[in-house]
Design a protein. Structure first.
Length: 143
């Protein structure tokens, strides 16, 4: 807020008219309008529609087969505790898993010290070959 103070020089006793517009009422009106706009805007619903099954699912007839892929600290890949010599052998085994009608669960267990690119390569190969049941195991070591 500013105040226009006339100069003391000159013998004219009449004050000069103020040439600036008072902005305070305009700002008050704008703030009230913004608050009213915020209050009247409906909340955005960020929801994902899911088709959930109804009722109790039937119990599984057989326990699922589990394939464990361990990635050691030096990048060595183990398939059910058996070393895999190269990437082509790993992809052949993943291709066999993907080709099965009832795919086994693939549990990927990386070591805490292994480079990310080795684990990402295994996951990319599994995705590219069509393995749908893959999960990371042992994530508590990263916390």
């Amino acid at each position: 807020m500013s105040m226009n103070v006339g100069s003391s020089s000159g013998g004219n006793a009449d004050p000069e008219p103020m040439m600036e517009m008072n902005m305070t009422p305009l700002i008050d009106v704008m703030l009230v309008l913004i608050i009213m706009l915020i209050i009247t805007i409906p909340k955005q619903m960020h929801s994902v529609n899911l088709n959930m099954p109804v009722g109790n699912p039937p119990p599984p007839t057989t326990p699922p087969e589990v394939v464990t892929i361990d990635v050691d600290f030096d990048g060595t890949i183990l398939w059910n505790n058996t070393p895999v010599p190269d990437r082509a052998t790993l992809e052949a085994k993943l291709g066999n898993v993907a080709a099965q009608a009832e795919q086994p669960e693939v549990h990927l267990r990386p070591n805490k010290l292994v480079e990310y690119k080795v684990v990402a390569g295994v996951m990319a190969s599994a995705q590219r070959l069509g393995v749908t049941k893959i999960g990371m195991v042992g994530n508590e070591q990263f916390q």
